[in-house]
Design a protein around this ligand. Sequence first.
Ligand SMILES: [Zn+2]
Length: 172
Amino acid sequence: MKIEKHLIVRNKLPYARGKRPPVDCILCAVARKDPKVDNLMVYQQGEYFVTLNLFPYNPGHLMVVPEKHYEDLREFSDGEVLTMARLQALSLDVLDQVYRPGGYNVGYNLGKTSGASIPHIHLQIVPRYQNEVGFFDILSDSRVIVEAPEVTVEKLRSAFAEAAGGAAAEQD
Ligand SMILES: [Zn+2]
């Protein structure tokens, strides 16, 4: 079966157990393009960015992130709420176009009990597909990705550039 060549299993356990990059906050490090962390950013707009999740649940699993280290969404100003909402819409447009998922889970995890592993606030956008491989999750506590993150990053960077260019042109 050809798909096996592209099957990547990234185990989140070492990360969850504390094997993290030696930085105070992984998203602050991504924001300042610290070489100690993988750069999976696909789009940047002012003080906000969209990045691939390092341990994607599914191909195209994105995070919309403010550069400011907020830990609670109630810290957002009205303008920041609007920017986050616009970037959310842009991300959905791009994912619709590139991956055509059947649906999405969109939201914030707030606080450790919710499953949040990074305190720096970020909006998760998880595309959902009709035929997901959930079986390995149960077997091995690993995520199964059917596309290498580097490939996803390439695809999404150009799609975001195109979509954002189009949106800017429409506003003019
Ligand atoms: Zn931070």
